[in-house]
Design a protein around this ligand. Structure first.
Ligand SMILES: [Zn+2]
Length: 258
């Protein structure tokens, strides 16, 4: 029962994430106007707007103009539903579980937008930074600290290390390649991840993202001739991996040092 409830609630949230993915890159309001078909602009009735279900009932087409609806809509809704179940199973209904889930959803939206439009909206990165600082001050145990001041300081250090490293890497590559290498969105995204996950997290995430990025990026460049490879989805993928395996990675690393 709990799983079904989590999935349904997740799918509803996923339906809102779809609105964010569609409207944030165009600087449109998230609430007004209501859902409408992107082809014929006709309003979508509530019974045609039920997460996961409506897409299949309508056969993947608009009721009015019969233009195909992107499969991204049900995909994001189903994925969000599954994420709700996954985070509930792994972290439970705890502050950590809720904060990590919020981060994962922000990363999902950011990845799809960066992949499709090559931008990372401030509407996602700046709240992530604020969330990281606020959470660290409220629950210092996120960073293994017992005092709020130290938790907050850890968060600030993570923010500076994360943002600074990507900014530095971008500036150096820009000098060598003589073209823009790292977007400001990537820098702000990494600053937010650092604020939430601390400076140790920053190193792991950049390491894993570079590894992922060089493999997939190389493939895309050779196979599809793609010029600019967005870095945001790799940072997101690496951060997602770190949420689940960060502690295990740290333990393994410290074991190796000994
Ligand atoms: Zn239509």
């Amino acid at each position: 029962m709990t799983f079904i409830a989590a999935f349904i609630f997740g799918a509803i949230v996923g339906s809102f994430l779809n609105v964010c993915i569609l409207r944030l890159p165009r600087n449109e309001s998230l609430v007004h106007p209501g859902s409408h078909c992107v082809a014929c602009s006709k309003a979508v009735a509530w019974h045609d707007n039920i997460p996961c279900v409506s897409y299949f009932v309508l056969g993947g087409r608009c009721r009015h103009c019969h233009v195909k609806i992107s499969a991204q809509y049900p995909a994001v809704e189903i994925l969000t539903g599954l994420l709700f179940i996954l985070f509930y199973v792994i972290f439970g209904f705890t502050p950590k579980g809720v904060v990590y889930l919020v981060l994962a959803l922000a990363l999902l939206v950011e990845s799809v937008i960066d992949w499709r439009y090559q931008i990372i909206p401030d509407e996602i990165t700046l709240p992530t930074i604020v969330l990281g600082l606020a959470v660290s001050a409220m629950w210092p145990e996120f960073h293994g600290e017992s005092s709020r001041l130290w938790g907050f300081l850890q968060s600030v250090i993570g923010l500076l290390v994360g943002g600074g490293l990507l900014y530095g890497a971008g500036a150096i590559t820009e000098r060598i390649l003589k073209k823009e290498a790292m977007g400001g969105g990537d820098v702000k995204l990494m600053a937010g991840l650092g604020a939430l996950l601390g400076w140790q997290g920053v190193f792991w995430i950049i390491f894993i993202a570079s590894f992922l990025g060089s493999i997939v990026g190389l493939y895309l460049r050779i196979k599809e001739g793609q010029e600019r490879i967005p870095f945001g989805p790799y940072l997101a993928g690496a951060a997602f991996f770190y949420l689940f395996f960060g502690q295990a990675l740290m333990a393994w690393y410290l074991g190796c040092l000994r």
